[in-house]
Design a protein around this ligand. Structure first.
Ligand code: HJL
Ligand code: ZN
Length: 187
């Protein structure tokens, strides 16, 4: 698959052409997003794609620092989708399809050194008050590298999500490229 063509098609709002079970293709699209992120020593360059799993439609995409305010890729997806539906990010649960999934090159963060709300919490609040709907599954390209948050210091994003009933699925095969992209510009 030619990623440029796919990204261009997505940009133009054309049919995406990824079959629903082609998780690697969706992860490649997330990686293409990550490559658009400006290098910065104090975080990773991550990309994410928000998908309606029911209709196999891309809802939105995001990458680290795409929006102002030290934004993470997953956070950008939620802000953009919420904005397109005239609600603030905190109320995105009201407008998300019931079977939404997210592809992210690095597992959602459980803690941020800046003290901002971690993406795990942002993902959990996409569920409606009855705990249904919103993001049901998270496809992860690799676990968070040990640079900012020390392993063992706290539960990983993946574990926190799974404890709360959100399935996390590893999509193998792109780890080294994801890592290279994530750490470009690091000392
Ligand atoms: C994920 C991102 C991103 C990170 N992780 N999943 N998506 N940048 O877009 C995780 C890393 C935090 C640091 C610094 N990175 O970003 O742990 O300044 O970037 O809040 O903890 O925190 P801030
Ligand atoms: Zn995050």
């Amino acid at each position: 698959m030619c990623l440029h063509t796919l990204a261009d098609a997505l940009e133009a709002g054309a049919t995406q052409g990824i079959t629903s079970n082609n998780h690697l293709a969706y992860m490649q699209l997330a990686l293409a997003q990550a490559k658009q992120s400006p290098p910065k020593d104090s975080n990773f360059r991550v990309g994410a794609v928000l998908v309606d799993a029911e209709s196999n439609t891309i809802l939105t995409t995001g990458y680290t620092l795409e929006l102002p305010g030290n934004t993470h890729a997953e956070q950008v997806c939620l802000i953009k989708y919420a904005k397109a539906h005239d609600v603030p990010e905190e109320r995105v649960s009201e407008v998300l399809p019931t079977n939404t999934v997210i592809y992210t090159t690095i597992e959602p963060c459980a803690k941020r050194l800046s003290g901002k709300l971690p993406c795990v919490e942002r993902i959990l609040r996409t569920r409606k008050v009855d705990g249904e709907g919103g993001i049901r599954k998270v496809y992860v390209g690799m676990k968070e590298p040990e640079k900012f948050i020390k392993e063992g210091e706290l539960k990983s994003g993946r574990m926190k999500l799974e404890d709360a009933g959100i399935e996390c699925v590893a999509v193998p095969g792109l780890e080294s490229e994801i890592m290279d992209v994530a750490t470009t510009g690091h000392q």
